[in-house]
Design a binder for this molecule. Structure first.
Ligand SMILES: Nc1ncnc2c1ncn2[C@@H]1O[C@H](COP(=O)(O)OP(=O)(O)OP(=O)(O)O)[C@@H](O)[C@H]1O
Ligand SMILES: [Mg+2]
Length: 352
């Protein structure tokens, strides 16, 4: 088996913005690799440094320290004209599409080719081919104002890729789209990734987008990568507080407020014990709850829950409550743990 080729290698980059006597460290020792043809998501809260990092990747921003190798070339050491040539292989799309309103779809996509002084017959061939790929050939003479948000983003994708880009950088590219259009754009990117072999690095604060298309994820917090790896691994077993916080949005694993108010930490007679069970792929297909009820003869109240899937992996949680009884509670927890269910004791609740 041939080793996967590294398309982009980010090594220890730092960036500080300085203005009017004030300085802000925005990126700190950021390193990660992107394999050719893969899809990588960078996720983090607002202000974490995601857009700055993405701008460094195509040379729009120069890091203070560290290297970024794109197809083996360190882009941090390139001169302006060398960078311009290199950028022909790097397409960028943003949340706000950035289309020229006085130009048609065809003319918008033509822009980067005009800048490269590509002959008009080659331009026509390339533009028609890419417009067919993004499903907008029939709108080639329309103006941006005559298009839906999803169609505008398709034009932006076509314009980014028309110069034979091998890497596509996307910054919050679904934020301006409704959920249905977001799904369509994600499907288009996956298709382009498969058919053209384009590497995609995207930035988002929507963990759903990561779940849908990314193979790897980097979690950025205050300019540092706090967690990175295959999406299944990070989603099933997040270790950093920020990752857990971002994931809780996806799994909605926060208990309803009225239940949180009722929870207390010392159990008394007639209280229910509240447990959060975290499932991974080994356990989520097993009828653990049924086994629990049958084997231990305990009535179980399911208070909240969410199971989700990434590829073939299943992960998620259930919050349950059961009658508190010291002896049996301990045994039940031991049974769950033996069956590889992660158990968190959230507290006790009195229902009446
Ligand atoms: N050109 C700049 N000059 C000075 N400060 C900047 C500049 N660009 C970004 N910053 C600062 O760097 C920090 C990180 O900004 P960045 O845009 O990278 O965050 P982000 O993670 O993309 O956030 P969001 O999710 O809100 O888009 C912010 O505090 C921002 O004010
Ligand atoms: Mg940003």
């Amino acid at each position: 088996m041939t080793r996967p080729e590294t398309h982009l290698k980010v090594e220890g980059i730092y960036k500080t913005f300085r203005q009017a006597g004030h300085s802000e460290k925005v990126l700190s020792d950021v390193s990660f690799d992107v394999t050719k043809g893969s899809i990588v998501g960078i996720i983090g809260k607002s202000g974490a440094g995601k857009s700055t990092l993405l701008r460094c990747l195509n040379g729009l921003e120069k890091p203070d320290d560290g290297q970024i190798y794109f197809e083996g070339k360190d882009i941090t050491s390139l001169k302006a004209n060398e960078l311009r040539i290199l950028r022909q292989n790097i397409g960028v799309i943003f949340q706000s599409f950035n289309l020229l309103s006085a130009r048609t779809v065809f003319q918008n996509v033509a822009l980067p080719l005009e800048l490269l002084e590509v002959s008009s017959s080659t331009q026509k061939d390339k533009i028609e081919k890419i417009l067919k790929l993004v499903g907008l050939f029939h709108k080639r003479d329309a103006y941006p104002s005559q298009l839906s948000g999803g169609q505008r983003q398709r034009v932006a994708i076509a314009r980014a890729l028309v110069v034979d880009a091998t890497l596509l950088l996307c910054d919050e590219f679904t934020s301006a789209l409704d959920p249905h259009t977001t799904v369509e754009i994600l499907e288009l990117l996956q298709e382009l990734n498969k058919t053209l072999g384009i590497t995609i690095v995207f930035v988002t604060h929507d963990i759903n987008v990561v779940k849908e298309i990314a193979e790897k994820v980097c979690v950025l917090d205050h300019g540092k990568i706090v967690e990175k790896g295959p999406v299944e691994k990070i989603f099933i077993n997040p270790t950093h507080k920020i990752t857990k916080e971002l994931l809780s949005e996806l799994l909605k694993d926060n208990l309803p407020e009225f239940i949180q108010h009722k929870l207390h930490q010392t159990g008394q007679e007639n209280d229910d014990l509240v447990l959060k069970l975290v499932f991974n792929n080994q356990t989520s297909t097993r009828p653990i709850i049924a086994e629990l009820i049958q084997f231990w003869k305990v009535p179980i109240n399911i208070m909240s829950g969410n199971l989700d899937h990434i590829g073939k992996e299943t992960f998620g949680h259930l919050v349950i409550s059961l009658k508190h009884n010291l002896a049996s509670s301990d045994k039940i927890i031991a049974f769950l743990k033996e069956n590889h269910v992660e158990v968190h004791q959230l507290g006790y609740i009195k229902w009446q």
